[in-house]
Design a protein around this ligand. Structure first.
Ligand code: AMP
Length: 187
């Protein structure tokens, strides 16, 4: 059972690393960005609502995202193996909602992995990735939104003694090893 949150700016490598840890330990990888992109592609009501926010690099409203996570965390695979959360929480109200949800489920977070990468490197990486919301103006807005709304979660989890900061620049395997060590999977 592993219950971990990945935190960090867009382009820090959260997705890459979260998938690796999830696959290696057989834990569900829950990425709100992936869930929203799938909904946009399928043209569901959620997708139609989410698209305008995503196109601008703004956050989808908290109640919508919290509803998605509430539903997902109550499924059997999560009860059995835990979860790797990637891209959630992104605001203080989301973090508080997660605390309440976990309490309801009788679960506790093991660790919050904060992947840290500086702005210039982020912009370089995202421009190279070329996703629909990876245009320079949208990237700058996503960084601004990250700084204002998500970065406060670093202190939130640090005060709870849950935060492990890991440098997100360098060799991918070495970063994975550091994450495993922080989660306590190596000892
Ligand atoms: P990501 O794939 O994590 O970079 O997310 C892509 C976009 O989906 C973000 O820029 C937001 O518009 C939206 N999104 C993903 N996760 C969240 C979240 N937890 N809260 C609000 N919006 C989100």
């Amino acid at each position: 059972m592993i219950k971990v949150v990945f935190l960090g700016p867009p382009g820090a490598g959260k997705g890459t690393q979260a998938v690796r840890i999830a696959q290696k330990y057989g834990v569900p990888h829950i990425a709100t960005g992936d869930i929203l992109r799938a909904a946009v592609k399928e043209g569901t009501r959620l997708g139609k609502l989410a698209q305008s926010y995503m196109d601008r690099g703004e956050l989808v409203p908290d109640d919508v995202i919290i509803g998605i996570i509430r539903e997902r965390l109550s499924q059997n695979d999560v009860r059995e193996s835990g979860f790797i959360l990637d891209g959630f929480p992104r605001t203080l109200p989301q973090a508080e909602a997660l605390d309440n949800l976990l309490k309801e489920l009788g679960m506790e977070l093991d660790r919050v992995i904060y992947l840290n990468v500086e702005d210039e490197e982020i912009i370089k990486r995202l421009l190279a990735r070329g996703r629909a919301d990876d245009r320079e103006d949208v990237i700058r807005n996503r960084l601004e939104v990250y700084r204002k709304q998500t970065a406060p979660l670093i202190a939130y989890y640090s005060e709870k003694g849950l935060l492990s900061e890991i440098n997100g620049v360098g060799n991918i395997d070495e970063i994975t090893a550091k994450i495993e060590e922080a989660i306590g999977l190596n000892g």
